[in-house]
Design a binder for this molecule. Structure first.
Ligand code: FE
Length: 195
């Protein structure tokens, strides 16, 4: 007899949700509110605000790199507290890129929902073995002398990349810098471009 077909992730999630609701472990209305918040209110804009502030306020940047969760809490974003976030700074010589090799741990509170490629088993396996090739395929070609550091996120440590401030943005203010900072640059699969 052959093994049953595995259920799709959506069906498994639904089954798990039903079970948790039935056993009274979660409140369905609370769950819906949480999902709606991540879908519409909490997105990469929070992360972009953190990055723009770090670019323009050296003291804030120092605090952010020393204790990411505490420095992000200073921003008083809506929603759950950004726990376990550790920030890695990209420079001209070192490029950090984030993955969760085990599942899809991601700094939700500052980046919102993870993109589908982040959860793709191919990305998770390949970015560790051949980060330069994977980044090039995603449109980011790094010079051979740039060291690539792959950061593996987990439930205890959720990495956030502080991208490099692009040349030609020296005259821009903190609010003017915010819209330049993309989600992908904070995962480390892209750079921020000057406008
Ligand atoms: Fe994970």
């Amino acid at each position: 007899m052959s093994a049953p077909e595995p259920l799709s992730p959506a069906l498994r999630a639904e089954a798990l949700e039903q079970l948790l609701v039935e056993r009274g472990l979660v409140d369905p209305a609370g769950l819906d509110r949480l999902i709606a918040a991540y879908e519409s209110d909490i997105g990469p804009l929070n992360g972009a605000k953190v990055v723009a502030r770090a670019w323009t306020d050296p003291d804030y940047k120092r605090r952010l790199l020393a204790d990411g969760a505490a420095a992000i809490a200073e921003m008083e974003f809506e929603g759950p507290r950004a726990e376990h976030i550790v920030v890695a700074e990209n420079t001209a010589s070192v490029h950090n890129v984030v993955v969760c090799t085990l599942c899809s741990c991601y700094p939700w509170s500052v980046l919102g929902l993870p993109p589908s490629w982040y959860k793709d088993p191919a990305y998770r396996a390949r970015v560790v073995r051949e980060p330069r090739a994977v980044l090039a395929e995603m449109g980011l070609r790094l010079d051979e002398d740039v060291r690539i550091v792959v950061r593996d996120s987990s439930s205890e440590v959720r990495w956030l990349v502080l991208p490099e401030r692009p040349a030609g943005t020296e005259h821009l203010s903190e609010p003017e810098l915010v819209p330049l900072v993309t989600r992908d640059s904070m995962v480390g699969v892209a750079k921020v471009s000057a406008p």
